[in-house]
Ligand binder design. Structure first.
Ligand SMILES: [Zn+2]
Length: 263
C-alpha cells in the first residue's frame, strides 16, 4: 500500500495555477497510472493568491465517489468561522473526513495564536490528526509560519496529533526540534524532500528525517503542483539512497499515516 498524504483537488482546473490541473478527475487518472494506491485530499478554508478555497463538501463528495482511492481531510478557518470547532465536528462526523488541515500561511493565523486552540482541541476530542502547513513561503509574514509556533500549540493542546506539512521547509531543523520536544508531532516530507535533493542541504535534511524516525514520517507529493507518479519515484529513490530500510519505507509510504487515521 502506497499513500500520497498531501494532494489537493478543486472544481476549477487552474485553481492551483494555470500550469496545473487541479481537477479530481486528473488526480484519479494519475492514481490509476501510478503505483500510488491512495491520495489524501487536503482542502483549503481560505482565499489565497496561489490556491483557491476548497469546500469540505466538495472533498467529501469525491471521497464518496472514489472511497478506495481518496481519503479526505477537512479545513476550517479559525478566524472566519466563529463556529469553526462545530464545523469541524460536522465535517468529521457528518462527512466522514479523517483529519483537519490548517494553513497559517494562507489563513493568516499563526499556530501559536490562542484563537486556533478550540478547533485543535476539537480535533483531539474527535481523534483526528491536524495537518499544519509550515513551508515558509509567500504571502503572509514568515513569523506567523514558523515551525516553532507549533511547539506552543502542542503545549496548549497536548492531546492533539500534529502533522507538520513540508517538514518545516527552510526551517527543517526547527521542525526536528519540535518533533523531538513533542511526541505527537509527525513530519510530512512533501515538497521539501525533492526541493533539497541535490543541494548542499540534502544530507542535513535527511539527517533531520532520520532523527525523527520513519515511524513519524509521512510521504506526500503536493499534487497538482508536483506530479503524483514522478514525485513518488523520485522520493522513494532519495530515501533508498540515504539507507532507509524496506520496513522504514513501509512506514513513510503508508504505515505512519494509517496509524494516525485508524486505518
Ligand atoms: Zn499542499
Amino acid at each position: 500500500m502506497i499513500i500520497d498524504a498531501h494532494t489537493h483537488i478543486h472544481p476549477e482546473k487552474d485553481a492551483y495555477g494555470p500550469e496545473f490541473d487541479a481537477t479530481p478527475e486528473r488526480l484519479l487518472n494519475d492514481l490509476a497510472e501510478s503505483e500510488v494506491d491512495k491520495a489524501v485530499v487536503l482542502p483549503l478554508a481560505a482565499d489565497s493568491p496561489y490556491a483557491k478555497r476548497t469546500e469540505n463538501c466538495f472533498v467529501a463528495e469525491w471521497c464518496a465517489k472514489a472511497p478506495d482511492k481518496l481519503i479526505g481531510f477537512a479545513s476550517v478557518h479559525p478566524l472566519e468561522h466563529g463556529d469553526a470547532a462545530r464545523r469541524l465536528e460536522h465535517a468529521v462526523t457528518g462527512y466522514g473526513l479523517k483529519g483537519l488541515k490548517l494553513h497559517p500561511r494562507f489563513q493568516g493565523i499563526a499556530a501559536d495564536d490562542p484563537r486556533i486552540v478550540p478547533v485543535v482541541e476539537k480535533a483531539a476530542e474527535l481523534g483526528v490528526p491536524v495537518a499544519i502547513d509550515c513551508l515558509l513561503w509567500k504571502p503572509t509574514p514568515l513569523r506567523d509560519q514558523l515551525p516553532l509556533n507549533i511547539d506552543a500549540l502542542c503545549k496548549r493542546v497536548p492531546a492533539a496529533t500534529i502533522i507538520m506539512c513540508h517538514a518545516g521547509g527552510f526551517r527543517f531543523l526547527d521542525a526536528l526540534a519540535v518533533a523531538v520536544a513533542n511526541d505527537n508531532v509527525y513530519l510530512d516530507v512533501s515538497v521539501s524532500l525533492t526541493y533539497f535533493h541535490g543541494t548542499p542541504f540534502e544530507d542535513q535534511f535527511m539527517f533531520a528525517l532520520k532523527q525523527v524516525g520513519a515511524k513519524r514520517l509521512i510521504y506526500g507529493s503536493d499534487h497538482p503542483q508536483h506530479p503524483l507518479h514522478e514525485c513518488y519515484i523520485a522520493s522513494k529513490a532519495i530515501f533508498e539512497t540515504h539507507g532507509f530500510s524496506k520496513e522504514e519505507l513501509g512506514c513513510i509510504f503508508s504505515g505512519t499515516f494509517l496509524s494516525l487515521v485508524g486505518g
